[in-house]
Design a protein around this ligand. Structure first.
Ligand code: MD3
Ligand code: FE
Length: 212
């Protein structure tokens, strides 16, 4: 459900264990953007290939002990950046604090993420419906942070055939995905054309995970 009144509630439970914290990252905006710049300087955005041989429309990089990678061999977490052969940049302290504070707010105190995937969408980029199943421990939540242009997020259920709801995700929104929702199908519809005051013609999404 998406209507105008919907926007006024700062905190919204999207499903059991999934809590949307509207605008939660705005307090940290400047620190987040400079942390992303530092990560991207060491590990630039790149378009990974799917195991099936398609170039992903979303550009990605990572920070933390391990990073999510995709290539002809499959999806996995790797301690090194395949493009440079070097370890991924460390997770900046401000990003770790943001993720932990949001997780606590969502009912997951003690969350210790070791991976942060950074996704960059330009108009037209999308992420097809999928489950996040490459992590070792599904009892840990995933914390996502949306920045820049708004996107329409698709949220289904445990089975691919379950009904799908749509939600708008705006600059500064944080979602904690834990409990049953952790394995729910989700995706991002093709990003609409636009220009964001801070980020320009793009959307950036951070996902913090306990991957290894
Ligand atoms: C629901 N990213 O990187 S964030 C991904 O906006 C991913 O870039 C999207 O899906 C993005 O895997 C969506 C929202 C999100 C993230 C993880 C989830 C929703 C989730 C894990 C379980 C359920
Ligand atoms: Fe996902």
């Amino acid at each position: 459900m998406m209507d105008l009144f919907d926007q006024l509630e700062p905190r919204k439970e999207l499903a059991e264990g999934a809590v949307l914290l509207r605008g939660f990252a705005l307090n940290y905006e400047a620190a987040i953007l400079s942390a992303i710049d530092a990560v991207v300087a060491a590990a630039p955005f790149r378009h990974m290939m799917t195991p099936g041989g398609y170039r992903m429309s979303v550009a990605m990089t990572n920070c933390g002990k391990v990073g999510w990678v995709s290539d002809g061999k499959g999806y996995r977490y790797s301690p090194t950046d395949p493009d440079s052969g070097k370890p991924w940049p460390a997770m900046p302290e401000t990003l770790l604090t943001l993720a932990q504070t949001a997780a606590s707010e969502g009912g997951f105190a003690g969350f210790v993420p070791d991976a942060c995937l950074i996704n960059r969408y330009e108009p037209g980029a999308k992420l097809s419906l999928h489950q996040d199943r490459d992590e070792c421990d599904f009892s840990a939540p995933i914390v996502s942070v949306s920045l820049g242009l708004s996107a329409t997020f698709q949220f289904g259920g445990k089975r691919r055939s379950d009904p799908i709801a749509k939600h708008a995700l705006h600059h500064g929104d944080v979602v904690v995905w834990g409990g049953p929702s952790r394995l729910f199908h989700h995706g991002i519809l093709p990003l609409k054309e636009g220009e964001h005051a801070r980020l320009g013609r793009c959307r950036i999404n951070l996902t913090f995970r306990k991957a290894s």
